[in-house]
Design a protein around this ligand. Sequence first.
Ligand code: NVA
Length: 372
Amino acid sequence: MTCGNDTAVNTAPAAADLAAASPVCSYTEWDPLEEVVVGIVDEACFPPWHVALPPVLPANQHETFRDNAGEPFPPERVAAARRELDEFVRVLEAEGVTVRRPEPVPQNTPYSTPDWSSTGMYAAMPRDALLVVGDEIIECPMAWRSRYYETLAYRPLLKAYFHGGARWTAGPKPELTDAQFDQKWTDDGDHDPPNLVVTEFEPTFDAADFTRCGRDIIAQKSNVTNEFGIEWLRRHLGDEYRVHTFEFRDTHPMHIDATIVPMAPGKLLINPERVPVVPALFRGWDVLEAPAPILPDSHPLYMTSKWINMNILMLDEDRVIVERQDEPMIQALKNFGFTPILCNFRNFNSFGGSFHCATLDVRRRGSLQSYF
Ligand code: NVA
């Protein structure tokens, strides 16, 4: 199967070429990027307090989240992040990438199921909510109640992609009753493996707990992604893909893309604290240990560690988007053989992600291959 716009037009498409006709087609984190969705911070609100939050929020943010549950994030922080998103869009377009944006959706409107009620959070991180594998775009069964309707902001895009020929599916809608969460969860410090707050009551996963290397997809269990969710995806994708579940030394795991980042065939970026041993699958690959983050302690990070500096976006096997002030990362990536393209993003980082989280690569030119 291939992706790209160079299919012959006057022959009946072979089954293997059907994916080429789809506006959605991406198999890896590094094939040449043609189209991407970039998130928005409009309407961003603190989620209501819930047992699923403390396992992943930085300890110094718990009070802020408790005090501001359901309230908008500070408008000056939203405005600063929005300016950086606009710069990011300009950078991507200047590199020849088509950019799409979700629709702003009110996030402070209460909603409920028979068991619970909540308000929303944002549509800033399309990487969390949607997973593209080949010509299929999957709405993920997310574990946070505040993210239950997050994909609504992307529905106009999803409908358009479907009309254009993409496959559009969704994981089983979760109930997210109390049974899905360990109500007695406590922080066990450095315990290995860590206590995870999600139970195996029903399948849940965020797309950002998976990273794609063609036929091989790397997954981690986390505080939002359970074994049941990974198995659902494995069975859903079928025999064409191998879903590997790896365990890393992350005491509060949520999303794999500040832990292990495949950059190109044979080139891997790792978090030196979380990946003491590179999984055997990557034997023979060149490995770069991410340089220590340089964000000052005074810079607010509502939802992540400073390792968000690893959350880069590959435009192809050479060009990589990196935070403009992150000189150690810029140098390290140059030395590793890449061409960094710089963009300010520290203010966006405050909201829980960087370039990889803020995007969903909808189309990369390439074909389904094995890299191992
Ligand atoms: N949960 C990770 C960020 C993943 C993008 C961290 O806090 O380092």
